[in-house]
Design a protein around this ligand. Sequence first.
Ligand code: ADP
Length: 494
Amino acid sequence: MAKKENNKLKILIAASECVPFAKTGGLADVVGALPLALKKLGHDVRIVIPKYKLIDDEKFNIRDTGLRVNIDIALTNHTAIIKETFFPGTDILVYFIQNSEFFDRDELYRTPQGEYWDNAERFMFFSRVVVEMIRLMDFKPDVININDWHTALIPVYIKTIYSNNDFYRNIATVYSIHNIAYQGLFDKEKLSHAGLPMDLFSIDKMEFYGGINYMKGGIVFSDIINTVSKKYREEIMTPEFGYGLDGVLKSKADDVYGILNGIDYTIWNPQTDKLLPVNYNEDTLEQKENIKKNLLESVGLKYIENIPLVGLISRLDDQKGLDFIAAIIDEMMRLNLQFVLLGTGDEKYHNLFNQIKAKYPEKISVNIKFDNKLAHLIYAGSDIFLMPSRFEPCGLGQMIALKYGTVPLVRETGGLADTVSQYNFKTKQGNGFVFSGYDPYALLYNLKIAIDTYKNKTTWRKIQLNGMKADFSWDESAKEYVEIYKKAVEKRIR
Ligand code: ADP
C-alpha cells in the first residue's frame, strides 16, 4: 500500500482522565495539554474520556451526539451514550462515554476502602466503546494514543476480534506509559467478560502470574510504546523498575521511546503567576526574598536572613522517597535551614511528619493538605526544592522549581535525571544537586553541599539562572509525539 502522503494526522487520545474535566494525577495534565500542542502543529486531534458523575454537563456545555453503542460485558448488554464538547477555549472535540452503571460514581477508580470491584469491566467497556464508536463517526483516526492500563485493551481488540474488519486495518496505536507501577491485574475470567479470546491467556500475550495484565496487553499489541522520560524508558526495561514487565518491554525495545512531559508555562511562570504576591524574572530574582517572607509568615515560621528554606511538595507515597528524609531528619534539623512541606497521602507519613513538626516547631512547617496557592508560594519562596523519589517517571515539581529559580535537589532517577544536572563548580554548568543510590546519607551530604553553596550568592545565582533558562514547554515534546505517531502509522500500512 502507498505511504501516507498527507502530513496532517488524525489523532484520537483515549484516556481515563483529562484536565479540566477529571483528574487524579499527572496523566490528566498530559491529556489536557498535549492535544493543544498537537493542534498548534496542525493536526486534527480529539480526546475521549469516560463521563464521570463529577463532570458537569452544564459547566462544560456537554451535549448528546445522539450516537449510541451497545456492548456485551459478561453476557449483559450495556449502552453507551456518546456526548461531546469543545475543550475549553479551543475547537478540539472531546468525547465522553456515558453509562450510569459504570461511571456515575463519586470517585474515578477507588474509595478509601479500596479499588472499585468492577474496574476490569468498567474499562473494558470504555475501551470497546471507543473501538466501536469511531466506526459511527465521520472521524477515522490514523492513530489512537492510549494511556496507562485503563485504555490498554483498545489495541488488543483492534488486533484480535476486529482484525478481519477492513475499517481497522490501518489504524495505528501508540501506548503511553505514565506509571508502570499500576498495570490493571485481574483474573483470567475477565477475558471472556470482555469478549476476548481465551488464547490471550498465554505468556507471550496477556498472561501474568496466573492472571491477566491489561498493561501487558497494551505493550504486546500496540505498534509503538512510549513513556514520559528517556531515563524512565531505560529503567522500565530493568527488573528493578519494570514491575515484571521489563522482559516484554525489552523484547520490543526498538519500538519503545521516551518523551519528556512538558509543563504549562501559562500557569507556571514567576513573571505572570497571579497566585504570587509579587512577580519576578531572571533580572529581579531578589523579589524571591519578599515571597519567602510572605510564605514563612503564612506557614508560621520566623524569617531569618541568610537561612535557606527547603521546600517539598508531594503526594505522600512510598514512591516519593520520604523515608530517606525520615532517616536523616535529626541530622537535617541540626543544619542551618528551615523546611516547609506540603502534601497529602499515606496516613503513616501524615503521622510521621506531624511528629517531626512537634519536635522541631521552629524549623519545620508541615502542611497536610492539597493547596494549589500554597504550592505556588513554596515553588517561588523556597531556595531549595527537595525531590528524593525512589522512582519518578517524569515529575513536574522539579521542572516547576527550575522555572521559579528554586534549586532542585533530586535523586537520579527517571525524569529527575533527565531534567536536573549536578552543578559543576569548575565549568559553572548544571542546574541543581543530584544524588544516586538508596543511601539517605547521600541525600544529607548533597543537602550540606547545597547549603554551603547557598552562602556564595554569585554561585547560587548562577545555578538559579541555569535552571530558569531551561525550556520544558509542550511544543518540543509534541513534535516528538508526532514523530512516533508517524512511525506507528508507517508500521500499519507497510
Ligand atoms: P505525581 O504525578 O507522581 O504526583 P508530579 O511531580 O508529576 O508527581 O506532579 C505532582 C503535581 O501535583 C505537581 O504540580 C505538584 O505541585 C502538585 N501537588 C502535589 N501535591 C500537592 C499538594 N498537596 N498541594 C498542591 N499541589 C500538589
